[in-house]
Design a protein around this ligand. Structure first.
Ligand code: PHE
Length: 486
């Protein structure tokens, strides 16, 4: 039931989807989050589980999402509703679309804060604000940068505005056009930086840290983190890939595009690890220093090296671009849903979304200063956004998606969309029916040991949140009510 009866926009160029989806996948997740959580969960064993999750869960889920998007030609909610009605199955599955859209929005609310760090460090590099600082001073600078809500808010607002300007311009003129120069530029800068990093020494310890697989040392918490990160880094179960897939021309191969996106994403994460950890170890820093890791270690390394400022500037330009090509993909689902269903222009939809986003992200930003004491179960609002999305909503959403594809929808849907040979199709089906769901379930159940403690201590809060979400959802959309009581 959409008011938009025109044929859906498609990517203009041959590489439109691959560039945009890779732009979405490669982001702060690869360069900021992957190194720091690898550090926190102890290195090689975590990396191994993460790689297994990419292959066994990430790739099948990504193929499923692109196929659902292209088949349903709409935002996650509309696409899933169309595809289920085509198969004669319950439209309640479109709740998965709601959850994905919400997850994308929640991720963006903390993502703009981190992207803001990147922009502010670019500015510091340009203005010489980091020159000559010691290890301790770098940590102090990172702290000071967070202390002022005005300063931090300025940078995250900048990112929000940039994101909305690009998305507001449309799929072709905004998203496709911007990724078509940002992605090649980013890759070139990354290659230059890696070349530079290879001569910086300290490589051996980093390689050992990343690739010595001592699986016994990994906790169930770490496994859940690896699973969540596989979803996060491939932009899955958050509306991004599904919505981008809805613009994919019919002739493109879903399997081939998925593999190139997943491969590029994995390579960038590993390369980022190989660029960052040598510096950490060479300076005697701890790999487990959390979200500030790359903001304290890299500037330090750069300023000690020949032409370091120049390369530092290059690094933060690259990081900022990587962040922007991801952030635009997180709101595209919401903006596309609004324009398709609410009869408003894309520009209005973008600015409307932007204002709500700004409010939520401001709350997330305050976790670092004014709201430093506002915690629940030891986590700030910022951490909760990250935790809820990557540990809960994305794995659950992915589980729902593979079950929908594997057991609910008619098999013609995927046979036609994926266009695979019989053997490859059977492999895909086996993955979505058994390997991916079981993988997700096992990791979940394993992690329940920890979740149980949180549940026992804080269930009134969780219940309250559930009630609030229900009320808001009911008020916000009579459509949801119709879905809930068909
Ligand atoms: N994949 C992006 C990254 O690694 C983050 C992202 C998550 C983008 C969800 C879109 C949707 O930085």
């Amino acid at each position: 039931m959409t008011t938009n009866e025109q044929p859906r926009t498609q990517w203009l160029g041959r590489w439109g989807f691959v560039l945009a989806a890779t732009g979405s996948a490669v982001g702060l997740g690869n360069i900021w989050k992957f190194p720091y959580i690898t550090g926190e969960y102890g290195g090689g064993a975590f990396v191994l589980v993460y790689l297994a999750c990419i292959l066994a869960v990430g790739v099948p889920v990504m193929m499923t999402e692109i196929a659902l998007g292209r088949r349903g030609r709409g935002s996650p909610i509309d696409a899933i509703r169309r595809v289920t009605s085509e198969s004669g199955s319950s439209s309640a599955w479109s709740l998965l679309g709601w959850m994905a859209m919400l997850a994308g929005f929640m991720i963006l609310s903390f993502y703009v804060v981190v992207a803001g760090w990147s922009f502010s460090y670019l500015w510091k590099m340009l203005s010489g604000g980091l020159a000559g600082s010691s290890v301790e001073e770098m940590a102090a600078i990172f702290g000071a940068n967070n202390e002022s809500p005005l300063n931090l808010g300025f940078w995250s607002t900048l990112v929000t505005v940039a994101t909305m300007v690009i998305v507001g311009k449309g799929v072709q003129a905004g998203i496709e056009k911007s990724v078509s120069w940002m992605m090649p530029g980013m890759v070139m800068m990354l290659l230059v930086l890696i070349g530079y990093g290879m001569f910086s020494g300290g490589f051996g310890e980093a390689v050992h840290f990343l690739f010595s697989f001592d699986v016994g040392s990994l906790s169930s918490e770490g496994m859940l983190a690896a699973l969540g990160h596989a979803f996060f880094t491939l932009s899955l179960a958050s509306g991004a890939i599904l919505t981008y897939g809805s613009y994919l021309p019919a002739r493109a191969s879903i399997a081939r595009t998925t593999l190139s996106v997943a491969l590029a994403d994995t390579l960038v994460a590993l390369m980022a690890g190989l660029a960052i950890f040598p510096v950490i170890f060479a300076n005697g820093m701890s790999p487990a220093s959390g979200p500030g890791l790359i903001f304290m270690s890299l500037p330090l390394a750069f300023q000690a090296m020949p032409l370091g400022t120049l390369f530092g500037i290059l690094f933060f330009i690259m990081l900022s671009m990587a962040a922007l090509t991801s952030s635009i993909s997180m709101v595209e689902a919401t903006v596309s849903w609004l324009t398709d269903n609410k009869g408003i222009s894309r520009r209005t939809a973008s600015w409307g979304t932007g204002i709500v986003l700004w409010l939520v992200s401001t709350l997330a930003m305050l976790s670092f200063n004014v709201g430093a004491d506002w915690t629940l179960a030891g986590k700030h609002f910022f951490d909760w956004l990250d935790y809820l999305t990557s540990r809960l909503m994305m794995p659950l959403g992915g589980l729902g998606m593979v079950l929908l594809a594997g057991f609910v929808l008619k098999s013609e849907t995927f046979r036609e969309e994926l266009g695979l040979s019989a053997g490859w199709y059977a492999l895909w089906l086996f993955m979505v029916r058994y390997v991916s769901p079981l993988g997700i379930l096992v990791i979940f159940v394993d992690a329940l040991g920890i979740t149980r403690v949180v549940l026992a201590q804080h269930w009134p809060w969780l219940l309250a949140v559930l009630v609030v979400i229900t009320v808001v959802g009911e008020l916000a959309s009579p459509r949801l009510r119709r879905v809930l009581s068909p």
